[in-house]
Write a protein that binds this ligand. Structure first.
Ligand code: HEC
Length: 211
């Protein structure tokens, strides 16, 4: 009886301490209110874009969204153009982030965009087992979404409207969040759905903004 009680209490503590995972009802959105405004924990800016994106991802993962956004605003200023940000979706050996911070076994597949396309066709069982690195990659997508939002165009140009940019950046953020949740519970169908949604967001923005 007492072990059941402590299990229940442990469950309550777990739920209370897992702000992101507790939010499961659709539509899934990251909380907009700052969860933790501790500027001291802001990681320093690095010269390497990849280090900054990974630090933004880590701050989001810790639930420190305000630090993540502050860092994203600062890191965004270091990009000479938007292409430099987008290049980070490529494979690790092409200057991209790679799938998580640990180099993967197959160089050709070791990239955020590559894996997203693979997951759209169905999340491979062996890949799902590597939960820690999948989660890291999902948080990297979330960090990329924050940077994309910060780097929105300043004015409308024909079909290239700020509103469209923002809606597709937010669709990227929402789908990345769904991907994170699907990885967190090893839900293969959820991963496939989230990857498909994410690819939609990429494509809808590219259709209009990529020349
Ligand atoms: C809100 C707009 C937007 C979203 C969302 C977006 N992109 Fe892009 N992307 C661009 C623009 C604009 C360019 C062209 C940059 C340039 O060449 O100056 C680009 C270029 C790229 C490139 C460079 C190579 C190429 O083919 O031109 C890659 C790779 C890329 N995006 C991947 C992605 C992936 C993967 C996603 C989704 C996970 C994504 N992008 C989401 C706007 C977006």
């Amino acid at each position: 009886m007492s072990s059941m009680r402590s299990a229940v209490i442990a469950g309550i503590i777990l739920v209370a301490c897992t702000p992101f995972l507790a939010v499961t009802s659709a539509p899934i959105r990251l909380p907009l209110a700052p969860l933790d405004v501790d500027e001291d924990v802001l990681p320093p800016l690095d010269k390497d874009h990849r280090v900054n994106v990974n630090n933004i991802a880590k701050s989001i993962r810790k639930g420190n969204l305000s630090a993540a956004r502050k860092l994203a605003a600062d890191a965004a200023k270091q990009f000479e153009d938007f292409y430099e940000l987008e290049n980070l979706y490529r494979q690790r050996n092409k200057g991209g982030l790679g799938w998580s911070t640990r180099p993967g076994p197959v160089a050709l597949q070791d990239g955020l965009e590559r894996q997203m396309l693979i997951m759209m066709r169905g999340a491979p069982a062996n890949v799902l087992l590597d939960q820690e690195h999948n989660l890291e990659a999902a948080y990297a997508f979330l960090a990329m979404a924050e940077l994309t939002i910060v780097m929105a165009p300043k004015k409308n140009m024909g079909r290239k409207t700020i509103a469209l940019w923002n809606s597709q950046s937010q669709a990227l953020r929402d789908s990345a969040n769904e991907l994170r949740q699907a990885f967190a519970v090893n839900d293969a169908r959820g991963v496939k759905q989230a990857a498909t949604k994410m690819n939609d967001a990429c494509a809808r923005c590219h259709d209009v903004f990529r020349d």
